[in-house]
Design a protein around this ligand. Structure first.
Ligand SMILES: Nc1ncnc2c1ncn2[C@@H]1O[C@H](COP(=O)(O)OP(=O)(O)OP(=O)(O)O)[C@@H](O)[C@H]1O
Length: 599
């Protein structure tokens, strides 16, 4: 409850200048990196603001000088001067926005680069707990939002402040009394603005959040198309999307509606100010307190005075939307990186592949162990099969070996060294993975195999493909090794994808191999090819296999049976059968099922 109140408080604080100041300071630090261009922009802003003030002043002066005195001497020079002022005004506007666009693009380029590279330093746990589309939305929409605001807001804010100060100074100089009259509408303006911005800030934040959610949903439903279609869930998905779209529309509608009020309100107050200045100014002129030229300057300036106020409030709204986007970007950049290597951790070259678990316990969440008190040893080159019911902790064990997570207690030794004292990079470089989902990247088959070892020659790639029984099917493809895998499925079968990922692992030639056996059913011939390729791959390296079909692991040196995070049986296939325990029951039940299916 207390926490909730605190969250609400920070939410509303965010809509005040004080609340958004840290984020703005941070965005500013990116801009400050391009100091020289920024100074040029500021010079142009000063020039355009000064020229903007000079124009009306010259007109007012001209009226008093020429019309009031009926003289035309030098009038042409006034016109030439006025034209020059307006041309230079336009040029300075053009240059400031040209340079500012460059600054804004460079800023968002840097942010995008930082965000993307930070993604790659985050732990697997981070990605497991988040919707991928929502994360993508931060690199695309949120950054775009910052970009759009930077393109216009920085200039607008500076020029508005300068114009405001300059106009006020000249107005006071010309007539303090008339200045006071012009200022009468300012409190009204502030009140209206405060009322609007207090609402729009929250709404923009909500809009960004909804957009992220919707992108996450789109990504999820596109990648899950097969499942959606096979369960005929299209109508449900469309309905859910409609709801999310509706929520986005609602938050966008109110954010835009409130923002839309601003120009209308300002226009009304502007006209009011104009009427007051014209009326009171006329009265003053009749009484001889001010000249006609001064009134003309004031009516122009009263517009110039309310316009920057108007722009500032508009920019404040745009700024709130950029702050909402930037907050979501910084939120990721500030997420702690995957734990850095311990002090004194050193690379371990030429790993032999001895892996030992000593009293290892680990839990994903605090309280309760996912796996506890694990003790086992794999000698170099041995094949270790991990068997057990779903959720038993098999993947957790391989996650610990690969150091995607660290043990809470106990230690994992690699060739006798505490794995925490080995740099993660050197360890993972000597580990290979063949996972259930044989992920293939966009690119050619050759590039996908070469991902295992980037400096491999074409010949080495083809040799790996031969060893993985993949060469013959690749050759039958019209473009052979150059066939582009543009999409995940890209016209090759599930079994062929597995063969490619085995070829990739063969090429990498790791000392330790993690193999998560695919569960999807594959035709018998491909299955045989995969088994044969795996036998080749397993040879001479320490391998951990998460096995789903028990007859594929009969030859394993050691089978470790896990239940509820604990090792309940350990030994060779024969010795475990003799024990007549869990493994025996599992094996015989799988065997019976197979015989029933064959009969
Ligand atoms: N990232 C995670 N965060 C929190 N809990 C998790 C995470 N991954 C797995 N778990 C939980 O830890 C337990 C062990 O999961 P694990 O994936 O290791 O089991 P498994 O034996 O590999 O299961 P399966 O054969 O179904 O893949 C399960 O209860 C699971 O819900």
């Amino acid at each position: 409850m207390l926490r909730k109140r605190k969250e609400n408080m920070t939410g509303s604080q965010k809509n005040t200048v004080k609340g958004i100041a840290p984020t703005i300071r941070r965005i500013w630090s990116y801009l400050a990196d391009q100091r020289s261009l920024l100074i040029l922009v500021l010079l142009m802003v000063v020039a355009s603001s000064a020229l903007g003030l000079l124009g009306p002043f010259l007109i007012g002066w001209g009226i008093d000088e020429y019309f009031a005195t009926n003289s035309t001497d030098g009038f042409i020079w006034l016109l030439i001067g006025l034209a020059a002022v307006y041309v230079m005004h336009s040029l300075s506007l053009w240059f400031q926005s040209y340079w500012m666009i460059g600054i804004a693009q460079k800023t968002v380029y840097t942010m995008r680069r930082q965000l993307f590279s930070h993604f790659h330093k985050l732990s697997i746990d981070f990605f497991n707990k988040r919707q991928h589309g929502e994360l993508m939305s931060r690199v695309t929409n949120d950054i775009e939002n910052v970009s759009a605001t930077l393109n216009s807001s920085v200039i607008q804010i500076f020029s508005s402040v300068l114009t405001l100060v300059g106009t006020l100074a000249v107005m006071i100089w010309l007539s303090p009394l008339l200045t006071l009259v012009t200022m009468m509408i300012v409190p009204l303006m502030f009140m209206g603005m405060k009322w609007i911005t207090s609402r729009t800030g929250k709404l923009y934040k909500e809009q960004q959040r909804r957009l992220g959610e919707m992108n996450g949903y789109i990504e999820e439903t596109i990648s899950g198309q097969k499942i959606i279609k096979s369960f005929s869930q299209e109508a449900k998905v469309i309905e859910e999307f409609r709801m999310k779209n509706q929520q986005l529309k609602d938050s966008g509608y109110w954010a835009q509606t409130f923002t839309g009020f601003i120009p209308k309100l300002m226009n009304m107050l502007n006209n009011l100010s104009f009427t007051i200045v014209a009326g009171v100014g006329g009265f003053f002129a009749l009484r001889g307190y001010v000249t006609i030229g001064t009134i003309v300057i004031f009516t122009e300036y009263s517009r110039q005075f309310t316009r920057p106020l108007n722009d500032l409030s508009n920019q404040f709204n745009t700024l709130l939307s950029a702050v909402a986007g930037a907050d979501r970007v910084f939120d990721i950049i500030d997420t702690e990186e995957e734990a850095v290597d311990e002090n004194g951790a050193e690379p371990l070259q030429n790993i032999l592949g001895k892996v030992e678990f000593k009293d290892v316990s680990f839990s994903y969440e605090k309280g309760g162990d996912t796996v506890s008190q694990l003790n086992f040893q794999a000698k170099p080159g041995q094949t270790i099969a991990l068997v057990g019911p779903t959720g038993a902790g098999k993947s957790t064990i391989v996650n610990l070996i690969s150091r995607f997570y660290e043990p809470d207690q106990g230690e994992i030794l690699i060739d006798g060294h505490d794995s925490k004292k080995i740099t993660r990079e050197s360890l993972r470089k000597q580990m290979g993975f063949v996972l259930q989902d044989s992920f293939l990247f966009q690119g050619s088959i050759r590039e996908n195999i070469r991902y295992g070892r980037l400096d491999a020659t074409d010949e080495e790639v083809e040799n790996a493909a031969r060893a993985a029984n993949a060469h013959s099917f690749i050759q039958r493809l019209p473009e052979g090794y150059d066939t582009e895998l543009s999409q995940d499925d890209a016209g090759i079968s599930q079994g062929q994808k597995q063969l490619l990922s085995i070829a990739r692992a063969i090429l990498a030639d790791p000392a330790i191999l993690i193999l998560d056996e695919a569960t999807s059913s594959i035709d018998t011939i491909t299955e045989l090819k995969i088994q044969e390729a795996l036998q080749y791959l397993l040879k001479g390296r320490t391998s951990f296999i998460i096995a789903h079909r028990l007859n594929t692991i009969k030859n394993a040196d050691q089978i470790i049976v896990i239940e509820s995070g604990q090792i309940i049986e350990k030994g060779s296939h024969e010795s475990l059968l003799e024990q007549k325990g869990f493994y025996h029951d599992l094996y015989t039940s799988q065997l019976e099922k197979k015989m029933l299916m064959n009969s």
